[in-house]
Ligand binder design. Structure first.
Ligand code: FE2
Ligand code: FE2
Length: 348
């Protein structure tokens, strides 16, 4: 008997995720790394920071909180659209690549953005938190940065739709270019844009202050390092397959994108850091990280080397915190262990 086809039924060929075979020479390694460094925001108590936070002057508190708000916006959209749209653009049968990207996507908002909120909830009152979100929503430079980055993601979102559902508009060469551009946006965000926000918590951490928040930032930073490396690696594989003329054209696009973002970053950074006299210092750190982002994507650095504030480098110190791309969790971090209560626990 002929089976009745339901109106929504597709006619796809499906492939299961087969972890017995590798998608490529590096994804399973990134899988291991990502899972080994999984952590939860609630495992780090922020209460010990309160005695320091309570005595900080208002301008310092303001800069600190606004930085975490910028990080909140970046992580929110990296989780909501950035990582998912890149994952959707990956070839259908590369299930391991998708799994790694999906895992990273889950970290961005559910762990990273949530952690910033935990810091706000510990340090600030609800009206103060609401004002801070409003500041972020209306900041002209932050809005432009979000529009540039999310714009690259939405462009890929449209291409994903064409590829899947609107074949007459699907152009494979253009698809690859837009996919690569979204990955550039992703690496710029992860390895570069985050760092103006990381600077200030590291600046405190390097001086032994607000250590619990600093510990959280170090855990986030370690995740973002791996994310930037992985997406950068995927992007390099795509770029290498472009014909020479496309490579030249796309590198020019990337440089223009970089300088446009840099201008906006400059405005954003001075609006937060002028009041604590650190703008120039932060800009040097930001240039250093922009260079790192370019290197993750397989390009030479753009900005000349300049010395970074040693206090911030101390906050990033790999000796005491074991922060490096392929290390285990920071030394101060222990995952919470729970055990069910039994009758024995009441034998005193
Ligand atoms: Fe993140
Ligand atoms: Fe990330």
């Amino acid at each position: 008997m002929k089976k009745e086809k339901l109106h929504f039924e597709t006619d796809n060929d499906f492939t299961g995720a087969n972890w017995n075979e590798v998608d490529d020479g590096y994804t399973q390694h990134f899988y291991e790394q990502n899972l080994s460094q999984f952590w939860r925001p609630e495992d780090i108590s922020l209460q010990p920071d309160l005695n320091v936070w309570g005595i900080l002057p208002d301008n310092i508190k303001d800069t600190y909180a606004k930085n975490l708000m910028v990080l909140t916006f970046l992580d929110t959209y990296q989780g909501d659209i950035g990582m998912p749209v890149v994952s959707r653009a990956i070839t259908d049968d590369k299930h391991q690549q998708k799994a790694v990207l999906n895992f990273m996507a889950a970290m961005e908002n559910a762990v990273h953005a949530k952690s910033y909120s935990n810091i706000f909830m510990t340090y600030m009152t609800t009206p103060e938190i609401n004002d801070l979100f409003e500041w972020g929503e209306n900041h002209p430079n932050l809005r432009r940065i979000m529009n540039l980055i999310v714009g690259a993601y939405e462009a890929l979102d449209r291409q994903n739709y064409y590829r899947k559902y609107k074949h007459e508009d699907y152009k494979p060469e253009l698809f690859e270019i837009v996919k690569w551009q979204a990955m550039v946006a992703s690496v710029f965000l992860e390895t570069w844009l985050f760092y103006s926000g990381f600077y200030y918590p590291l600046y405190f951490y390097g001086q032994g202050k607000l250590m619990q928040a600093g510990e959280i930032i170090n855990l986030i930073l370690r995740d973002e390092s791996v994310h930037g490396l992985y997406v950068g690696r995927l992007a390099q594989d795509i770029f290498d397959k472009f014909p020479k003329n496309v490579q030249v054209e796309q590198e020019a696009w990337m440089n223009k994108f970089l300088l446009t973002l840099f201008d906006e970053q400059y405005g954003l950074i001075s609006s937060m850091y002028d009041q604590v006299g650190l703008t120039d210092d932060v800009i040097r750190f930001v240039k250093y990280n922009a260079n790192k982002a370019l290197m993750n994507l397989g390009f030479d650095q753009h900005f000349p080397n300049e010395p970074i504030n040693p206090v911030v480098l101390n906050g990033l110190n790999t000796e005491t915190k074991t922060h490096d791309y392929f290390s285990m969790k920071g030394t101060g971090y222990q995952k919470m262990v729970t055990e069910a209560i039994s009758d024995d626990d009441f034998d005193f």
